[in-house]
Design a binder for this molecule. Structure first.
Ligand SMILES: Cc1cc2nc3c(=O)[nH]c(=O)nc-3n(C[C@H](O)[C@H](O)[C@H](O)COP(=O)(O)O)c2cc1C
Length: 156
C-alpha cells in the first residue's frame, strides 16, 4: 500500500478545494488532487472522494459542487481543508455563487458543477459533474508531487 502510494505520488498534480452547500445550508470543503477533466462537449469533470470522508454524504445530498483550483501561495488553505474540523470555512475569504456554492478567493480558476453521476470506485466515490460556469483567473498554481507542495519552475 505504501509503495503504491509512493509510486502514484510521482504523478504531479495541481491542488483543488472542492466545496459544496446543501439547500438547507450545510457546507463542506475538501482538499483534492484527484480532479481531472473528462469531456469538453459536454463539459464534464470528475474528482474522487474517500467513502470514509465525513463530508461524503454532504456532497451526495447537495448534488452540486465548486472546484477551486489553488494558487501557489495557498498551501495553507490546502492544509486547512485537508484537516477534519467543525468549521473549515471560519476566517476563509469566500463569496457565494448565484446557485449558493462557496467560492474561495485568490484561486487561479474555479468550476461550478452540477453532479451528473456518482460512481463507486473501490474505497472512493467518483463524482462526475457538468460544468455550468467557470472562471480562469490566472496566476501560478499550487503543485503536489511526492507528498509535498511545490511551485512550478520556468521551462526554457
Ligand atoms: C494534496 C492533497 C490531496 C488530497 N486529495 C484527496 C482526494 O483526491 N480525495 C480524497 O478523498 N481525499 C483527498 N485528500 C485528503 C482529504 O483532503 C482529507 O481527508 C479531508 O479531511 C477530507 O475532508 P472531510 O474530513 O471534511 O470529509 C487530499 C489531501 C491532500 C493534502
Amino acid at each position: 500500500m505504501r509503495s503504491l502510494r509512493d509510486a502514484l505520488g510521482q504523478f504531479a498534480t495541481g491542488v483543488a478545494v472542492v466545496t459544496t452547500a446543501t439547500w438547507d445550508g450545510e457546507r463542506a470543503g475538501v482538499t483534492v488532487n484527484s480532479f481531472t477533466s473528462v469531456s469538453l462537449d459536454p463539459p464534464l469533470v470528475l474528482w474522487c472522494l474517500s467513502l470514509r470522508a465525513p463530508s461524503e454524504p454532504v456532497f451526495r445530498r447537495a448534488g452540486r459542487f465548486a472546484v477551486n483550483v489553488l494558487a501557489a501561495d495557498q498551501d495553507g488553505l490546502s492544509r486547512r481543508f485537508a484537516t477534519p474540523g467543525p468549521d473549515k470555512f471560519a476566517g476563509v475569504e469566500t463569496c457565494l455563487s448565484a446557485c449558493g456554492l462557496p467560492v474561495l478567493a485568490g484561486t487561479v480558476a474555479f468550476f461550478l458543477c452540477r453532479t451528473l453521476t456518482a460512481h463507486d470506485g473501490g474505497d472512493h466515490r467518483i463524482f462526475v459533474g457538468e460544468v455550468e460556469r467557470f472562471e480562469r483567473r490566472g496566476g501560478e498554481p499550487l503543485v503536489f508531487h511526492s507528498g509535498r507542495y511545490r511551485a512550478l519552475s520556468a521551462c526554457a
